[in-house]
Design a protein around this ligand. Structure first.
Ligand SMILES: C[S@@+](CC[C@H](N)C(=O)[O-])C[C@H]1O[C@@H](n2cnc3c(N)ncnc32)[C@H](O)[C@@H]1O
Length: 243
């Protein structure tokens, strides 16, 4: 749930407690959106339904989460939808996994750092998707022999993604998609080469660049602040020959 008052906003699971500068909020276990809760000092906060961008802003962060713009491209280019099964690494904060879970996707996600995995499990509970997201502690590259394939989507956000891409044909269901996010072009290239050697089809790499627009009294133009580049996305598809 999103608990808000003006510019103050907290993401809390039902039953959780939060200290604020206006007192302590104890969110009832049976809380519903629209409820007004008071801190122990009698200050009112409104409870709202969580939305994807709230997760990006407020989940406890470990690894740098994927940005909503890149997650949007993953969803758009792969068409992942309710009922699909996704294999993901590394979990990190779990923002991508939580977005997929909120779509109704069943996600198995690997995180090699045990402390990060524990935080991600709590984040999935906060996001209300703990039932759809299986956060496993482990290095996906090392665990590949034990992973049963047949996934509709393979999402990777790790430095060693190419080692997993090399075996994507064993992990994906026919017609399934690969989506790799990489901040560096060298890693994107390694993933493209690995996708070719795994025999994947429809391989394409996109750089994400987004410009924020400023509208003020003097006129309208792209913002001069900030960086428009987020990273590279490599997409590919497993389309085995039926002949
Ligand atoms: C950039 S973060 C992932 C962020 C995530 N996509 C999100 O949206 O929150 C990368 C994470 O991958 C983990 N990691 C790196 N290589 C891994 C591997 N081979 N298997 C599992 N986890 C890995 C790191 O510990 C780190 O937490």
């Amino acid at each position: 749930m999103l608990v808000v008052r003006g510019s103050r906003a907290f993401v809390l699971a039902p039953g959780e407690t939060q200290e604020t500068d206006l007192g302590v909020i104890e969110l009832p276990a049976d809380v519903t959106p629209g409820t007004v809760v008071e801190t122990h000092l009698g200050e009112a906060f409104e409870v709202r339904r969580l939305r994807g961008p709230d997760l990006f802003e407020h989940l406890e962060r470990t690894g740098a989460p994927m940005m909503p713009r890149d997650i949007g491209l993953v969803i758009g280019h792969t068409g992942v939808a309710a009922g699909d099964r996704a294999l993901d690494a590394g979990t990190g904060t779990g923002v991508l996994a939580a977005y997929l879970g909120r779509l109704g996707v069943e996600v198995t996600t690997y995180e090699r750092d045990a402390e990060f995995a524990a935080v991600a499990r709590e984040n999935m509970a906060t996001a209300g998707v703990a039932e759809q997201i299986d956060v496993r502690t482990g290095d996906l590259t090392d665990e590949l022999d034990a992973v049963e394939g047949g996934y509709d989507l393979l999402t990777l956000d790790t430095g060693d993604a190419a080692a997993v891409v090399e075996r994507a044909d064993e992990l994906l269901a026919p017609g399934g998609f690969l989506a790799v996010y990489s901040p560096f072009v060298e890693s994107a290239r390694a993933c493209v080469e690995a996708a070719r050697s795994a025999g994947l089809a429809d391989i394409e790499t996109l750089e994400t660049i987004q410009r924020r627009m400023d509208f003020d009294d003097r006129g309208s133009r792209p913002s001069t602040a900030g960086v428009g580049h987020t990273g590279y996305l490599v997409f590919a598809r497993f389309l085995p020959d039926v002949g």
